[in-house]
Design a protein around this ligand. Structure first.
Ligand code: GTP
Ligand code: SPV
Ligand code: MN
Length: 589
């Protein structure tokens, strides 16, 4: 028999649904999460007792823990992620689709009795600032204490969510069960028309923290199209100039392509007086304000960031953010109870315990930390957190940036000629795949707006929705494309990246305010000679030339691959974008 604790009696839509799902999954116990500090401590202690969390050295990492996941459950699984819209066309050619009734039937069989002997945590949460009309309430039912604790960091969780929901039945219904972690019985299913997510068989972030990619992006983008807004895989930052004027920028880069780093950037010495503030590092919800500008909120309340490569030189603000109250997943452990990963500062330790809990020796051919190992840390730890993160209306966006990981072809920075051309730049974004998703890394694929794995409806309709947004914008943000990842013939990055990206950001801000001229090319506007300030940067000038070079032969191949990509959308592909491609082709020849 199921034993329940602390069920509120004022939300009958919620309690009825929880009871139905409990009947299906048959947990021994139901725990309603209230989001209190006391509860966090209790669940953390319990997770330690269960061996789900390993306490780190409290002197070095106060209130922080290591979690090791199953070695077959370390990343998102795009091939097991489904959009279960009633009509297949509504999922579009780039999503896996299952008919809703088939998906419910298939997953119901998996969920049936799946929580026997386990606890079901009821996790109410808000995506977006509390009590903002733009925020969304979700409730995730999960048998994973690790998921419950992560949701407590990543969202506004517990009582505030129930208070905001009130008696309404308008909330996302998320059901998650760890199962036996067998990838053959793993499904991440979204039912946009029911505002429902069923996730079975994975405990990994993007598959299991249902507020993040599942609600805030896949269901969010679907709602955005219906309601006239955009849910995007974008960081949001504010950049303050020495006169004290702040400009807000949103940037879409695919998974593990630099959003967290860009959002937490420290400007180099040359930019004394310039400051960057983080609003968000992964997701932006964008709406047109009454003033005709585009306004952005970050629906999240924490960071689920990539650990490898994070260090005191590349991202000091991230290092400060993860100095306490942090859950580490699949990183390596040092002898003195500290964490380690590839790209950490200082000497590589002689001996470690690797991400799978095995002894590891310096010089080993295997990585000590998983390439997609991550930290979960509260936004409130970030020393450069924007004071506007909780503003219900968000921040006004002056520039949108699209960027991919490309060793060749795409130059350091370009500006679009206008909105439609900017949407074309976003629609033709391509990037080398990374460890954030299961599958081969380093393969170039087209990833419109960095949303290929996250668009909850037909991507052709999504691109049309982007074009349509312009009608409501009287002051549209300027649109740019960047590439931090261009390589030389030896395979070394040409551009130093990280804080030095401020030099490109400065040009973008100047262009957004029409404070500087630009050089026209057939592909877009690029900085004039000398307009990217390189002073005080230790780099041979030839390398910058190489990073900004545009090779027309490479671009012809690029345009062909765009055509193939566009064609798959058939009649849903906006003609405006195909026209943009053909115009570019004719300018080229
Ligand atoms: P998700 O959380 O997966 O959405 O990733 P993200 O876009 O936030 O990526 P993140 O900032 O965590 O960076 C991913 C990897 O790219 C890390 O290993 C970084 O060290 C590396 N990286 C970030 N910015 C730069 C850059 O400007 N240049 C180079 N060469 N590498 C970078
Ligand atoms: C990404 O893969 O883009 C992430 C991590 O931000 S996850 O939450 O797992 O999707
Ligand atoms: Mn992401």
């Amino acid at each position: 028999m199921t034993e329940a604790t602390q069920a509120p009696n004022t939300h009958s839509h919620l309690t009825n649904w929880v009871n139905d799902m409990a009947k299906l999954c048959a947990p021994d116990k139901i725990v309603w999460c209230d989001g209190s500090e006391e509860e966090k401590k209790r669940l953390t202690d319990q997770a330690v007792k269960m061996g789900v969390l390993i306490p780190l050295n409290p002197q070095k990492h106060p209130n922080s823990y290591l979690h090791r996941s199953s070695p077959t459950d370390v990343a998102r699984v795009e091939h097991l992620t489904f959009i279960c819209s009633r009509k297949k066309e509504d999922a579009g050619p780039t999503n896996n689709w299952m008919a809703p009734e088939d998906a419910y039937t298939k997953l119901r069989a998996l969920f049936e009795g799946s929580m026997k002997g386990r606890t079901m945590y009821v996790v109410p949460y808000v995506m977006g600032p509390l009590n903002s009309p733009h925020s969304k309430v979700g409730v995730e039912l999960t048998d994973s204490i690790y998921v419950a604790l992560n949701m407590g960091i990543m969202t506004r969780m517990g009582k505030p969510a129930l208070d905001m929901l009130g008696p309404s039945k308008d909330f996302n219904r998320g059901l998650h069960c760890t199962g036996d972690l067998n990838p053959d019985r793993r499904y991440i299913c979204h039912f946009p028309e029911d505002n429902t997510i069923w996730s079975f068989g994975s405990g990994y972030g993007g598959n299991a923290l249902l507020g993040k990619k599942c609600l805030a992006l896949r269901i969010g983008s679907y709602l955005g199209q219906k309601e006239g807004w955009l849910a995007e895989h974008m960081l949001i930052l504010g950049v303050e100039d020495p006169e004290g004027k702040t400009t807000y920028v949103a940037a879409a880069f695919p998974s593990a392509c630099g959003k967290t780093n860009f959002a937490m950037m420290i400007p180099p010495k040359r930019f004394a007086g310039w400051k960057v503030y983080t609003v968000g590092d992964d997701i932006a919800w964008l709406r047109v304000g009454e003033d005709g500008r585009l306004w952005a909120v970050n629906p999240e309340n924490g960071y689920f960031g990539v650990a490898p490569g994070t260090n005191w030189a590349s991202n000091p603000n991230a290092m400060k953010t993860i100095a306490k109250d942090t859950l580490f997943t699949n990183v390596a452990l040092t002898k003195d109870g500290s964490v380690w990963w590839e790209g950490m500062d200082g000497e590589v330790p002689d001996e470690l315990t690797d991400w799978q809990g095995r002894p590891w020796k310096k010089g080993s051919s295997e990585k000590a930390a998983h390439p997609n190992s991550r930290f979960t840390a509260p936004a409130s730890n970030n020393p450069i957190l924007s004071k506007h993160v909780n503003d219900p209306q968000g921040v006004p966006i002056s520039a949108i940036i699209f960027g991919g990981r490309r060793s060749n072809t795409v130059p350091l920075v370009m500006q679009s000629f206008n909105w439609a051309h900017g949407v074309f730049m976003g629609a033709t974004l391509a990037s080398e795949t990374t460890a954030a998703a299961v599958g081969q890394a380093g393969v170039v694929r087209r990833d419109p707006m960095a949303m290929l794995p996250f668009c909850g409806y037909n991507m052709g309709d999504y691109l049309q929705h982007w074009l349509d947004m312009q009608k409501k914008l009287t002051v549209p943000p300027k649109i740019f494309q960047v590439n931090w990842f261009r390589k030389d013939k030896e395979g070394k990055f040409l551009w130093p990246g990280y804080g030095e990206n401020m030099r490109v950001l400065k040009w973008i801000v100047d262009r957004a305010h029409v404070a500087v001229g630009a050089q026209e090319t057939v592909f877009g506007w690029v900085p004039k000679e000398g307009h990217i300030d390189l002073s005080g940067m230790d780099i041979a000038e030839g390398r910058v030339d190489e990073a900004t070079d545009i090779d027309e032969a490479e671009w012809k191949a690029e345009l062909q691959s765009q055509e193939t990509f566009f064609k798959q959308f058939g009649t849903t592909m906006p003609e405006t974008l195909e026209l943009q491609r053909q115009l570019l082709l004719s300018r080229l020849s």
